[in-house]
Design a binder for this molecule. Sequence first.
Ligand code: ATP
Ligand code: MG
Length: 424
Amino acid sequence: MSITGIKGMNDILPSDVATWQFLEETARNIFGTYGCREIRVPVVEKTELFCRSIGETTDIVEKEMYTFNDKSSHSLTLRPEGTAPVMRAFIQHKLYNLNPVSKLYYMGPMFRYERPQKGRYRQFHQIGAEILGEDDPRIDAQVLAMLSHYFDAVGIDDVSLQINSLGCTECRPQYRQALVEFLQQRLEQLCPDCQRRYTSNPLRVLDCKSKSCKEATVDAPSVLDHLCDGCDSHFDAVQNYLNMLGTTYSINNRMVRGLDYYTKTTFEMVTNNLGAQNAVAAGGRYDGLVEELGGPALPGIGFAMGVERLVLLLGENGVKTPTPKLFLATMGEEAEKLAFTLLHQLQRHGIQSEMDFSGKSLKAQLRRANKLECAYTLFLGENELADGNAQLKRMADGEQTTIALDGIFTGLCSLLDDEATTSL
Ligand code: ATP
Ligand code: MG
């Protein structure tokens, strides 16, 4: 039996890759415009990094990590998210010495042992950004504006931005206490997971997808009523700045995030088009994380987008794989020789071209040109060589143009160049 891939870990096939490249390229362009620079970190880190940053009682650390011992018995983990590794690198390389504000972005695979379903996989991809060193609410607004800009640029408009504040180490414990007291009265209504979370991580109960938990927490106290003055005015300011920038959002005071490091502003880009997997991007401020991981006390804010979910949302509006511009159909050895060098010249010039190397009949070559969806076919046979002219056929409507063999490369370029995508 042949060996298959691992459940929940997908191949991204050539027919889909153009869409992926478009999503990645747009992120590079847009995040670059806002001053973010790419950082590339390993996919494996010491397990401790994730336990300490994401939090021991989160779903990710409790249930979802791919953790293993290497041959030296070191506990390693395939990264379930990008923020912790980026923080680790930021601290290790003292990037804070280079610039008071570091703006970074990353993209790549993440790994979580979850139940695979549409939009939820065991290897998935994130594109994320992190801004470190500044806690001005204008930074929060800029990050959210950049995220919205990205969705506009890739043409995904059936999403909406939701924001919330989770407070800080000063005010969150009080909210947590108020929530625990509220949940205490309704313990029997909670699902088994939430009965456990009630003591370990009560805020997560608000995020539970089960119907009974949702019903039990309809009247739960709002975190926004428990913010300290600092967090309250920060959240107000973020909203004012978003209004100034014309970035649309709504407030969702039940939004808690699955990672413990968030403080103050948190947000999600949500959609109604992906079933239960409604978050396409998520993030927030994490003002204590850098220090918690052994770095200086620097604030930070960031987000990650799930690329598979972006691809699903683009659907039919994804990017088509580029098809060849030209097929060189040949008959006879001399024509093949001429076509072979011409093919090379055209490819170096940036015109995607194909020819047959297996001696197929003209009919079979044409079939292949059609299958490849070549825009043009050039016919080169013994007659054409003798005649000094070749026929170029536009496949869409069959229109034929005669091209002189003398200077054929230049002739073809001038005809096809306006549509060529790349050049030397
Ligand atoms: P969810 O509520 O869907 O489990 P999450 O809160 O665990 O998401 P984050 O850790 O904030 O997600 O990750 C940010 C984004 O990464 C999500 O909004 C989603 O688009 C994507 N994502 C997270 N987990 C997966 C997964 N297993 N498969 C595919 N995409 C994922
Ligand atoms: Mg999750």
